[in-house]
Design a protein around this ligand. Structure first.
Ligand code: ZN
Ligand code: FE
Ligand code: FE
Length: 268
């Protein structure tokens, strides 16, 4: 089975293509199962102070859900999932819990995109990296990932080593930091989003790295697959290559979700 659980749409403000256009592209490429994972509104920031092109607005969230439900009805031969990509912000766990509780989701991807108020994956904010010792920055980032994993809010940890996006990497080994993080992911029974978008950025590597994935396999952590498409033509992009890496490591199965329950399937 080859599937794609990480797809955005124009509604987040920094992607293009409608839900229906992504479905048409996924169908053309032969995907039988895929899911949308639009950026949840920036719930911890007052609505009038939010960046307009980071995520759905509060008003668009129900529209997005209705659109995914509509394509599901229009394409009964495909398994189309309703997911969401939610930011993890320490201190706002209860707020997020209340929002997610009310949504008819198949799965929730938990993402660390912000360290305090710094959107460290935003190309417009790269200069901030110069303010940090990169080793310390990695410690801080993975601490957030560990908090996200132990929050109980998520089903899947998105792109677990996103901090490498622009190619800033520490000189010393971070295997212990990986291992610590993977132990927390394991204790909380989460999946890891194997995300091909890393190949589109300066880090030029799968998220997470093969070294990280080898440790995940050692700890028997399930994985999902995602292109993180922000354009219809990116649906499924890089996933063949990701599957080759996964199989080499030893993975034979991929996780799927329905109503936030996990099921395992054979990897394509
Ligand atoms: Zn995005
Ligand atoms: Fe993300
Ligand atoms: Fe994403």
């Amino acid at each position: 089975m080859i599937l794609d659980y990480h797809i955005h749409t124009f509604r987040c403000g920094h992607a293009v293509g409608t839900v229906a256009e992504y479905v048409a592209e996924a169908r053309r490429k032969g995907f039988l199962e895929f899911g949308f994972s639009e950026h949840l509104p920036l719930y911890w920031i007052p609505a009038e102070q939010r960046e307009p092109d980071f995520a759905l607005s509060d008003e668009e969230l129900p529209i997005y859900i209705a659109e995914v439900q509509q394509v599901r009805k229009d394409n009964p031969d495909l398994s189309i999932k309703l997911g969401i990509e939610a930011d993890f912000i320490p201190g706002y766990e209860q707020e997020l819990k209340q929002i997610l509780r009310l949504l008819p989701l198949d799965y929730v991807l938990g993402s660390v995109h912000f360290l305090d108020s710094w959107a460290f994956d935003d190309p417009g904010k790269i200069e901030e990296y110069n303010k940090y010792d990169i080793h310390d920055l990695y410690q801080l980032y993975f601490q957030y990932v560990q908090l996200a994993a132990s929050s109980g809010l998520f089903d899947i940890i998105s792109h677990p080593d996103l901090i490498k996006k622009f190619g800033f990497r520490p000189n010393n080994s971070i295997e212990n930091l990986y291992r610590q993080t993977i132990e927390v992911i394991k204790e909380n029974n989460l999946c890891v989003d194997v995300n091909a978008a890393g190949w589109r950025y300066p880090c030029a590597e799968l998220y997470p790295s093969p070294d990280f994935l080898k440790l995940c396999f050692e700890y028997d952590i399930p994985i999902t697959l995602g292109s993180d498409a922000h354009k219809p033509e990116q649906v499924g992009e890089g996933l063949d290559r990701a599957i080759m890496i996964l199989k080499e490591i030893g993975y034979r199965q991929v996780a799927t979700f329905t109503g936030r329950q996990r099921f395992m399937m054979e990897l394509g």
